[in-house]
Design a protein around this ligand. Structure first.
Ligand code: ADP
Ligand code: MG
Ligand code: MG
Length: 210
């Protein structure tokens, strides 16, 4: 059901709830290695999205993804707003005017999102950013699509890989974003953006799995 525009809208409303529940956790992670606002930033962006969707929910998947992008870009400052905004905008462009997302299209959209984040932020895997969650998620999604898995199974594989990727950020030194100013002191803490990426993908997988 997460494949239609309605399904994508449900996934985004659920993501808003999940991000609200995890607001303190994300900000606590960001207090360890950044400026402590990541939970607030994500909550603000997705709360604004829920309001925008109440006014006028687009009916195609691409329309919803574009609204997510525009809202995050306009409401969330700092690093995460433009990065997530670019990710959702590239995903919107990748799905074109498809009415129902199938598994190969979801894999293509996730790859486009990753390419957007990398084009904008120039982070590589292991730099302790959201890329550490998103890149393995994309690889898992592409393998799942090649195996002929359906959308729920593909998103579960992506969410599992993102969770592992977020865990992997604990042990490494930050090389991008605010956390990089800490050098060695960034080791031992999970990257908040990798954690929020893992939360988003888990939510999309849960909604798609029903
Ligand atoms: P800010 O650092 O401006 O306060 P947030 O706290 O909302 O913004 O977001 C911080 C997150 O953004 C980091 O945890 C990291 O995952 C991500 N990030 C920062 N810089 C980059 C980058 N160059 N490429 C990819 N992700 C980045
Ligand atoms: Mg911050
Ligand atoms: Mg900030």
């Amino acid at each position: 059901m997460a494949c239609s525009g309605h399904g994508v809208a449900v996934a985004m409303r659920t993501a808003a709830k999940v991000l609200e529940e995890h607001r303190d956790e994300l900000s606590r992670l960001d207090r360890e290695i950044g400026d402590g606002d990541h939970g607030e930033n994500m909550h603000r962006g997705f709360a604004a999205l829920v309001t925008a969707m109440e006014r006028d929910a687009p009916d195609s998947p691409g329309g919803v993804l574009k609204l997510v992008a525009m809202t995050l870009i306009s409401k969330v400052g700092g690093a995460a707003g433009p990065l997530y905004g670019t990710a959702f905008l590239r995903a919107a462009t990748a799905v074109k005017d498809t009415g129902e997302l199938d598994a190969p299209t979801v894999a293509v959209a996730l790859r486009a999102a990753l390419d957007g984040v990398v084009a904008r932020g120039k982070a590589e895997r292991g730099d302790k950013t959201m890329v550490d969650a998103l890149l393995p998620a994309v690889l898992a999604a592409e393998s799942a699509a090649e195996r002929g898995e359906d959308v729920p199974a593909l998103l579960r594989a992506a969410a599992d890989a993102a969770a592992e990727g977020a865990d992997s950020t604990v042990l490494v030194l930050a090389r991008k974003g605010r956390a990089s100013y800490l050098g060695e002191r960034s080791v031992g803490h999970m990257d908040p953006g990798a954690r929020s990426t893992a939360l988003l993908l888990r939510t999309f997988a849960d909604v798609a799995s029903g």
